[in-house]
Design a protein around this ligand. Structure first.
Ligand SMILES: *[C@@H]1O[C@H](CO)[C@@H](O)[C@H](O)[C@H]1NC(C)=O
Ligand SMILES: *[C@@H]1O[C@H](CO)[C@@H](O)[C@H](O)[C@H]1NC(C)=O
Ligand SMILES: *[C@@H]1O[C@H](CO)[C@@H](O)[C@H](O)[C@H]1NC(C)=O
Ligand SMILES: *[C@@H]1O[C@H](CO)[C@@H](O)[C@H](O)[C@H]1NC(C)=O
Ligand SMILES: *[C@@H]1O[C@H](CO)[C@@H](O)[C@H](O)[C@H]1NC(C)=O
Ligand SMILES: *[C@@H]1O[C@H](CO)[C@@H](O)[C@H](O)[C@H]1NC(C)=O
Ligand SMILES: *[C@@H]1O[C@H](CO)[C@@H](O)[C@H](O)[C@H]1NC(C)=O
Ligand SMILES: *[C@@H]1O[C@H](CO)[C@@H](O)[C@H](O)[C@H]1NC(C)=O
Length: 308
């Protein structure tokens, strides 16, 4: 009797061990099922995804675009595979994913990503996704790179991205985002690159963006029509190398504060309604190599220091 109890305790122990092994095996099986259901939503998955053989779960780590680590799918790279169709919400069950790219396909419909707390890089650029990007970003707490360039998103800019404390790269350009740039975007302090270019934005460019002192590149130009000109607070963006604000309705003077951007190499302000004279402080921009001011209503002389 005592023996029997001991034996059953022992077998419980064994089953606890084997179930933990089973859990990780099960997880790769989980990843397999998610990928199979993703493929079912794709139009024209062949020949690019011929290796995604739904009768062969054990082969999943050798499927095209799939990379595993410790028996889990950690990276999914479906860049430029001529895929169409839609992206199943099941994708949010690939819970160990750190890198995910769907860039350069023809995916349509909405997309929602959540619950991928290991995800560091997400690239959905060059597709035809519609709707908005109002996701639960607090469940994507490790996201550093988010590229949604060149889609058909038609919505207000997503506020949820503010919870992404590690975000360095945000590209929402080439869409139909409308409304204002939220002042709160000035709190995305880790950002090194911000692109909202080629949208349908209105209102003032918030001076709060001047708080993004880690920014190296900013792109806001084309199609959007802003009011109130270039914020003088942009003079605080002391790490800026590239400022790109062409063709977006900017009026008023060029703020002299831009002369504080000592690292600036490129400044595009062409095709706006900027007026007044070119501020003499800009002659302090000793790294400036590429300046375009054409098609404005500027007066006065081109500074001697710009003539190389
Ligand atoms: C898929 O895997 C099964 C089982 O391993 C195999 O019999 C079949 O030939 C494979 N199909 C393709 C298209 O590779
Ligand atoms: C996203 O993918 C596109 C297409 O391959 C590439 O050009 C772009 O650089 C990628 N974005 C990032 C942030 O790496
Ligand atoms: C994320 O997980 C929660 C809780 O399990 C679930 O309710 C939600 O639908 C998931 N989100 C997505 C996009 O799968
Ligand atoms: C968003 O995700 C977080 C973290 O996973 C979770 O705690 C929260 O309940 C989710 N919020 C909503 C509205 O689903
Ligand atoms: C996306 O926008 C382009 C340009 O306006 C249009 O030609 C295309 O049909 C749109 N696609 C979808 C899926 O809405
Ligand atoms: C951000 O910028 C605004 C306006 O330029 C300023 O009033 C505010 O105090 C700044 N916030 C932080 C956290 O630096
Ligand atoms: C250029 O920078 C120096 C040092 O910051 C400053 O003293 C000077 O006034 C600036 N020149 C112009 C024209 O703004
Ligand atoms: C200057 O910028 C324009 C427009 O972005 C680009 O086409 C050109 O190659 C740049 N020139 C240099 C020298 O960087």
């Amino acid at each position: 009797m005592v023996f029997c109890i001991l034996l059953s305790l022992f077998s419980l122990f064994i089953s606890a061990i084997s179930s933990s092994v089973f859990v990780s095996a099960f997880s790769l099986v989980n990843d397999f099922h998610v990928l199979v259901s993703l493929k079912q939503g794709f139009l024209s998955p062949e020949p690019a995804l011929t290796s995604w053989n739904s009768s062969n779960p054990s082969s999943v780590c050798s499927w095209a675009g799939v990379f595993c680590s410790q028996d889990r799918v950690v990276s999914l790279d479906l860049t430029d595979l001529n895929l169409g169709g839609s992206v199943s919400a099941q994708v949010s069950r690939l819970d160990m994913l750190t890198y995910f790219s769907l860039a350069g396909n023809s995916f349509r419909g909405g997309i929602e990503i959540a619950n991928l707390s290991s995800l560091q890089s997400l690239n959905i650029s060059h597709n035809q996704f519609t709707g908005g990007l109002d996701w639960n970003y607090s469940s994507l707490s490790n996201l550093q790179v988010f590229d949604a360039y060149d889609n058909n998103f038609t919505a207000l800019l997503p506020l949820g991205v503010l919870t992404l404390e590690k975000l360095k790269y945000l590209d929402l350009s080439g869409n139909y985002f409308y409304g204002k740039i939220p002042e709160s975007y000035g709190k995305l302090e880790g950002l090194e690159c911000l692109s909202l270019a080629g949208n349908d934005l209105r209102g003032k460019i918030p001076g709060e963006l001047g708080n993004l002192t880690n920014l190296r590149e900013i792109y806001l130009g084309y199609y959007s029509v802003f009011e109130g000109g270039i914020p003088k607070e942009f003079g605080k963006l002391v790490n800026l190398v590239h400022m790109d604000l062409p063709s977006c309705g900017l009026d008023g003077p060029i703020p002299g504060e831009l002369g504080d951007l000592k690292l600036l190499e490129t400044l595009h302000l062409n095709d706006n309604l900027l007026s007044g004279s070119i501020p003499k402080q800009l002659s302090n921009l000793t790294n400036l190599m590429n300046l375009t001011l054409s098609n404005n209503v500027l007066t006065g002389e081109i500074l001697y220091s710009f003539i190389y």
